[in-house]
Write a protein that binds this ligand. Structure first.
Ligand code: PMV
Length: 321
């Protein structure tokens, strides 16, 4: 049985990063990770199975997509069809407010929304755990966008045991500093593989991230914001250190990204508890307590008047419109 499926999902930013797969096909990560789902940049996706179609179609913000974005969507729908025992192709229409491919987790909200809409359309189980496992197959970090607020992705050992679930913690927020909204130079998929294959720091990254995750979960439960912030910043910089060990060289952070990390240190000196993090690109997200969001935004705007700064709080998990 099929129906029109629709879902909305938001991006997430990891406090403890996922960087490295131990199974590329199932997208099983080498370590667990933990993120905050945001309340900005929603992706709204509709999936309409249609017997008249001879292949899938993917419209992103009204534009017909081809190449890699289309291939990723159709490969994902193959998994859905396989599970549903269906051979129907579908029209996928997505509106995505995240600048695509800019290291602002567009694939996370994108595949979380696609998983929600496709599960609905093809009548697959739509409980949170099933959706998180399904979204993971599109893009690892998408399994966390199925969850609202703080999401812990259990690395797991197989398809069934690798999913995200909500954890409790303080009310957190972030200011996203958009250093560059263009397409990133190397995709996270390629860069992750290169890090595992060529960076001598990869092993240390995997070991220390597993430790960081345990400490982070405890710090969140204890409402210990300082430890949460310090671990967030350090874990991101360790990920970038591991990436910078790649050959050929990959370098995501730009001079302004480094200046933003410096600004966090200065603001902390002045008594405002803020911490930087950055994904696979030059943009920096500044983590703060929800109560400090307006002040953090104002302080960064004063120091970086040329940057677009987006204030974001904790957002909902994947849901129907
Ligand atoms: O899920 P992907 O393939 O977009 O990888 C995400 C990788 C990072 O954003 C850098 C880290 C993370 O945990 O989100």
């Amino acid at each position: 049985m099929t129906a029109i499926g629709e879902a909305i999902a938001h991006p997430n930013i990891a406090l403890i990063k996922y960087w490295g797969k131990r199974d590329e096909d199932l997208i099983l990560p080498m370590t667990g990770s933990l993120s905050l789902t945001l309340d900005v940049f929603p992706t709204h996706t509709r999936v309409v199975p249609d017997p008249a179609l001879t292949s899938d179609r993917f419209l992103l913000n009204g534009k017909e997509m081809t190449g890699t974005p289309f291939a990723r969507v159709t490969r994902f729908l193959d998994i859905v069809r396989d599970r549903a025992g269906s051979s129907l192709h579908a029209l996928v229409s997505s509106s995505n407010k995240v600048p695509t491919g800019a290291g602002l987790a567009s694939s996370a909200s994108g595949f979380a929304a696609l998983a929600g809409a496709a599960a609905h359309a093809f009548d697959l189980p739509s409980d949170t755990r099933s959706l998180s496992r399904l979204a993971r197959r599109g893009s690892g970090s998408a399994c966390r966008s199925v969850i609202g607020g703080l999401a812990l992705w259990h690395a797991g050992t197989d398809d069934a045991s690798s999913f995200a679930e909500q954890v409790e913690g303080p009310d957190l927020a972030m200011v996203i500093a958009v250093v560059d909204a263009g397409q990133k130079s190397v995709s996270s998929r390629t860069a992750m593989r290169l890090t595992a294959d060529t960076s001598p720091y990869h092993e240390g990254w995997v070991r220390s991230t597993a430790e960081d995750l345990t400490t982070m979960v405890r710090a969140l439960a204890e409402d210990d914001f300082r430890t949460v912030g310090e671990l967030t910043e350090s874990n991101a910089l360790r990920m970038h250190a591991a990436i910078q060990g790649c050959r050929p060289v990959i370098r995501y952070l730009a001079p302004v990204s480094v200046a933003l990390f410096n600004a966090c240190a200065e603001l902390r000196e002045a008594g405002l508890e803020v911490y930087g993090t950055a994904d696979a690109g030059p943009n920096v997200e500044v983590l703060c307590r929800r109560a400090d969001l307006e002040t953090t935004h104002a302080e960064l705007a004063r120091r970086f008047p040329e940057l677009t700064l987006i204030a974001a709080g904790s957002g909902p998990g994947t849901h129907r419109p």
